[in-house]
Design a binder for this molecule. Structure first.
Ligand code: SAM
Ligand code: SF4
Length: 357
């Protein structure tokens, strides 16, 4: 699959639910959100059909996300079916880890290769303040069990000024403990810049540069950044956006995903499928195609394929998070003129929990 400016598309992030068992403050309001009716959500069979059509078009990697993917019933069957597609080389999941330890064996046996576990702090009180639940131990168990099962494990940490610490020292004290996981375990710990999406707009990001400076102050200077290569355990994970450093004595690497300060749109290789069946072209823009309508209207595989090929040409060149003010209203000149059609100029209004990151 190729988009209109020649980027090769090989990776699909599939949101299997908009429900979540946590309430991370930068992602989901405490009172929850209005959820899609079950009838509006893709069935597992519909998701499989879309993935298999795209596998024939060149898809190589699928990541299941949410909401919290582990709250979707029978997900293990979908993982098994997708892992069974010969074209799919990597089946991954992004989870908050709370329900993962108990099921990791089943998922690994079904063909899951890799898991990203989201973890913003190792302090139990802070964890409860950030997520609204006292579940840190379960998340740490998920890390242990995933490694036991031979999964490739990455930890995703989104450091947030108001949540990790208001002074630089407090914040670093908090997120450096998360970095320590890469010393203890063969896991990559990646620091992700908070993006101004939904509740994320109410908080301040701590940039990758700031995090790196704090890490260097603690562990010594790094001279070289590795980009887009094989991961901590050696296997290839295609073209991730992270820049990596390795500190002496660490088993895993430290990664930085800085969509705002180091835009990586030129290398974007992904599409997103929302739980209500929209094939979404860019995290920032709302544009895409409603595949649910097509599936339920009786479209053939050929028709699905042709529609996907057509919409791919409209994938935006880049996001415009930085040209936006914090209300989500774009400033003049920020629209994505590449796309031509009005729908593709509209910034996303959904929350991260409804998109899947
Ligand atoms: N519930 C799962 C989890 O937490 O891993 C999967 C869905 S969650 C939306 C996926 C990732 O998005 C998490 O790592 C979360 O920290 C991140 N995330 C949520 N809101 C974000 C924001 N505004 N900016 C950057 N990352 C965000
Ligand atoms: Fe937290 Fe993930 Fe749930 Fe958002 S979707 S509230 S990041 S656990």
């Amino acid at each position: 699959m190729q988009d209109g400016i020649g980027r090769k598309i090989e990776y699909l992030r599939v949101s299997v639910t908009d429900r979540c068992n946590l309430r991370c403050r930068y992602c989901m309001p405490r009172e929850g959100i209005e959820q899609f009716a079950h009838a509006d959500c893709l069935t597992l069979e519909e998701i499989y059909r879309i993935v298999s059509v795209m596998a024939d078009m060149g898809l190589k990697k699928v990541r299941f996300t949410g909401g919290e993917p582990m709250v979707r019933k029978n997900l293990v069957k979908l993982v098994r079916d997708v892992a069974g597609l010969p074209q799919i080389e990597t089946v991954a999941m992004t989870t908050n880890g709370v329900l993962f330890a108990d099921q990791v064996k089943e998922f690994a046996e079904a063909g899951l290769n890799a898991v990203n576990i989201s973890l913003d702090t190792l302090e139990a009180d802070q964890f409860a303040q950030i997520t609204g639940r006292d579940e840190l131990e379960k998340v740490l168990q998920a890390v242990d069990c995933s490694l036991e099962q031979g999964l490739k494990v990455k930890i995703n940490c989104v450091p947030v000024r108001e949540l990790n610490g208001m002074t630089d020292e407090q914040a670093a004290g908090s997120y450096l403990k998360v970095a320590e996981l890469a010393r203890k375990y063969p896991v990559d710990v990646r620091f992700i810049e908070l993006m101004p999406i939904g509740c994320g707009r109410e908080f301040s990001r701590i940039t990758g540069e700031e995090t790196l400076a704090a890490l260097e102050a603690r562990y010594g200077r790094v001279t070289e950044l590795q980009r887009r290569d094989s991961d901590a355990q050696g296997a290839d994970v295609r073209s991730g956006p992270a820049r990596y450093v390795k500190f002496a004595g660490f088993r895993g690497r430290i990664g930085f995903i800085d969509p705002l300060s180091h835009q990586f749109c030129a290398e974007c290789n992904r599409l997103r499928l929302t739980v209500d069946g929209r094939l979404k072209l860019c995290l920032y823009y709302a544009g895409g195609v409603d595949l649910r309508e097509m599936l339920r209207g009786g479209a053939s595989d050929k028709e699905l394929r042709e529609e996907i090929e057509k919409v791919l040409l409209k994938k935006p060149r880049e996001h415009h998070f930085l040209q936006e003010d914090n209300t989500g209203i774009q400033r003049e000149g920020a629209e994505n003129r590449e796309c031509g059609e009005k729908l593709y100029d509209i910034p996303e209004t959904r929350r991260m929990v409804q998109i899947g990151g």
